[in-house]
Write a protein that binds this ligand. Structure first.
Ligand SMILES: [Mg+2]
Length: 337
């Protein structure tokens, strides 16, 4: 397999962009100074960017190039989902060493393109640079949403319900198993936790269907963990939130993993974890509509708390009334709770 050094930049770009962006909303695709994209009338353009750095955001031993591409897609798609937007166009920027083999680069590209296509987006352009040190992969993803209809972190109201998709903390549990107990982590029973970390899927279809129901007042995706991202949402909305311990979804797998990685289970579930799930403020009158959308899109959805008018006051509430602050320091690395 030839290395990038032998293939050369121009040929590598030709290979990487081959067949890309043959779509009529891409007016000018790869090969010019910038892409020209046709956004419909009455729409807002939504833009996000996120990167992965070798050794820091992924380990080559755990994530092959195709999976790495899919993961880069997912973390950007998740931000677009959190805005209730439709993913449309992506710009890829890559810093790779000259000895990087071209097949691995094309595998990465294929994984990225397939994951984007599954949610309706296409790579519209990009850039390739040579690096000497750690490699990095950066994606800019553009989407569109009906004018003024994008979800924001601001907008939650007192009495709104806190809704959560999926099972929080699984990505952190998978990450910690892989980093601290690599041999155990390869056992099949832990696969769902490793999948949550390595192969997250953005909640794109759910978000778009739910947006149409018009019941969400604020939203954020979970990249820092439930406690951290809920704090971001509450800060933007000038609200507080009570998370009900008894409403958290059952997850016996993470409870078993907590024993192996020696972390208390609740901080593991609510602390730092890049799950790429959604946290939503939902009008209580819209609960049934949200549950219907969840069923229609086969999305696990839980109502786990309620927003309060006390800015910045986040707490985990026990059924007997005990309250634990859910602020900074709620962290499975310190074990605080
Ligand atoms: Mg986000």
């Amino acid at each position: 397999v030839p290395a990038l050094r032998e293939v050369g930049e121009v040929e590598a770009i030709r290979l990487i962009t081959r067949g890309a962006a043959a779509r009529d909303d891409v007016v000018v695709g790869p090969g010019d100074d910038a892409a020209v994209l046709r956004c419909g009338p009455g729409e807002d353009l939504v833009a996000t960017t996120d990167a992965m750095v070798e050794g820091r955001h992924y380990l080559s031993s755990w994530l092959e190039p195709r999976g790495r591409g899919a993961r880069l897609a997912a973390l950007n798609l998740s931000d677009i989902a959190a805005m209730a937007a439709r993913p449309r166009w992506a710009l890829l920027s890559v810093g790779v060493r000259p000895e990087h083999d071209i097949d691995a680069l094309l595998e990465f590209q294929a994984g990225l393109a397939a994951a984007l296509a599954a949610d309706g987006a296409v790579i519209a352009g990009g850039n390739l640079v040579a690096v000497r040190g750690d490699e990095w992969w950066s994606l800019t993803l553009l989407g569109s949403v009906a004018r003024e209809r994008a979800w924001r972190r601001a907008g939650a109201r007192p009495g709104d319900l806190l809704a959560l998709t999926g099972l929080p903390g699984r990505a952190a549990a998978g990450f910690l198993l892989a980093h601290e107990h690599a041999d155990i982590a390869r056992e099949p029973m832990w696969r769902p936790l490793l999948e949550a970390w390595l192969h997250p899927r953005a909640r794109t279809a759910f978000a778009q269907a739910l947006a149409a129901a018009g019941v969400v007042s604020a939203a954020i995706d979970v990249s820092d963990g439930v406690a951290g991202d809920l704090a971001h949402l509450c800060a933007a909305s000038h609200m507080g939130c009570d998370v009900e311990a008894w409403s958290l979804p059952e997850d016996s797998l993470i409870a078993r993993a907590a024993g192996i990685i020696r972390r208390p289970v609740t901080p593991l579930r609510l602390g730092p974890s890049d799950d790429y799930e959604l946290l939503l403020a939902v009008d209580p009158r819209g609960r049934a509509a949200a549950e219907q959308v969840a069923r229609d899109t086969q999305t696990p959805l839980w109502f786990i708390g309620r927003f309060t008018p006390q800015p910045g006051q986040l707490a985990l509430v026990e059924v007997h009334g005990g309250r634990t602050p859910l602020g900074r320091g709620f962290d499975h690395f310190t074990g605080a709770r």
